[in-house]
Design a protein around this ligand. Structure first.
Ligand SMILES: [Zn+2]
Length: 361
């Protein structure tokens, strides 16, 4: 059997650093294996990255399925992303189910939205009173997460159009309870301020984007241990959303521009408030798959790089109940040329990637 010796350092977990490690079969070990050929791999080794907000069934021009889903999963893998939380499918992930050459995927089923209140053709569209039953249905389908679109522009308001909540607070609370009863967790897309209290009251499990969160919301999320995935690559698009809407929807445009202008300040405030922040790219459409390094670099503008490294690795893995790099854990390992805590850009170009012990890069 050939083993790989990771010459280290190995950043295995929060505050856990080893001088070296070995990839033996599908597992990581800190005991030098006997009677095997050993191939040496040098560099900083970390648990595989986690993209907490990714859409494997959305490509550059919209929904995709089949081989394109597989191709995007391979792009993520080769960028060192070995665990993906798919935060809403536009089609299905059946093309990658049961495969061993793709990242582990935590599914959220289909996006849940209302007619005319999300990107056309992406989600399951239901009337507000149907939300709890649909949340239960998607929970059973995914077996893991449910993704609810909490707010979106309401174009029916004409030149008064703005971001508004899709659901009544009680409908959200019933939906979260229904998903929890099926053993699933719930996350929600929110850009607006107006939907956040209802989401927190409903007891949801994470928040996507969170651009509208007030300081009081941040304090509540921090106290409840509810993580936020800031998706700064996506928020960088808000200036163009504002420009597109300026003539027809001035209120919406002004709000999007304001959130764009203060995006780094917003994420910095969340960090200072003690909110758990995790790394998610929102890959699909305008954001390319395999871009976790760029999102991490954006987050490092708002918080210490060491926190971003934790957010992209062990912190996200613990939140999802996935292994890190303890003795005997699956060898899902990324090797970098430099210590990413000192040089966050190192995340962008792994020099080696091991998926369950198999060298993928
Ligand atoms: Zn998304």
């Amino acid at each position: 059997m050939t083993a790989y010796e990771l010459t280290g350092p190995v950043l295995a977990d929060d505050g856990v650093e080893h001088a070296r490690a070995w990839v033996l079969g599908e597992r990581i070990t800190y005991e030098r294996p006997a009677y095997t050929e050993v191939e040496s791999v040098s560099g900083w080794a970390l648990p595989g990255f986690v993209d907490m907000h990714c859409h494997l069934s959305v490509g550059p021009t919209g929904p995709v399925d089949g081989d394109l889903v597989l191709k995007q999963a391979h792009v993520e893998r080769d960028a060192g992303v070995l665990l993906v939380r798919d935060t809403g499918s536009a089609t299905s992930l059946v093309a990658i189910e049961g495969r061993t050459d793709v990242p582990d995927v935590r599914s959220s089923g289909r996006f849940i939205a209302r007619p005319k209140r999300y990107l056309k053709g992406y989600g399951v569209e239901v009337e507000p009173h149907e939300l709890p039953a649909e949340a239960a249905r998607q929970a059973r389908a995914s077996g893991d997460w449910v993704k609810i679109i909490a707010d979106w522009i309401d174009r029916d308001l004409g030149d008064e159009a703005d971001l508004t909540p899709l659901w009544e607070p009680q409908q959200l609370a019933d939906a979260v309870a229904a998903a929890h009863a099926e053993g699933a967790r719930v996350t929600a897309h929110t850009f607006a301020t107006e939907s956040v209290d209802a989401l927190l009251d409903a007891g949801l499990d994470s928040i996507e984007h969170g651009t509208g969160m007030s300081e009081a919301h941040m304090e509540r999320a921090a106290a409840a241990g509810i993580p936020v995935i800031p998706t700064l690559l996506q928020i960088a698009n808000f200036a163009s959303f504002a420009a597109q809407g300026r003539d027809k929807f001035p209120r919406f445009a002004a709000r999007m521009q304001r959130m764009y202008d203060r995006r780094y300040e917003q994420v910095g405030q969340m960090h200072d408030a003690g909110v758990v922040l995790l790394v998610g790219t929102d890959a699909g459409t305008s954001i390319a798959h395999g871009d976790l390094g760029r999102e991490a670099a954006e987050m490092a503008r708002c918080m210490p790089a060491a926190d971003v490294v934790a957010a992209a690795t062990w912190r996200a893995r613990r939140f999802l109940g996935a292994p890190v790099l303890a003795e005997g854990d699956p060898a899902d390992v990324v090797v970098l040329d430099a210590d990413p805590r000192a040089e966050i850009g190192a995340i962008t170009h792994p020099s080696a990637v091991f998926l369950k012990g198999h060298r993928a890069l």
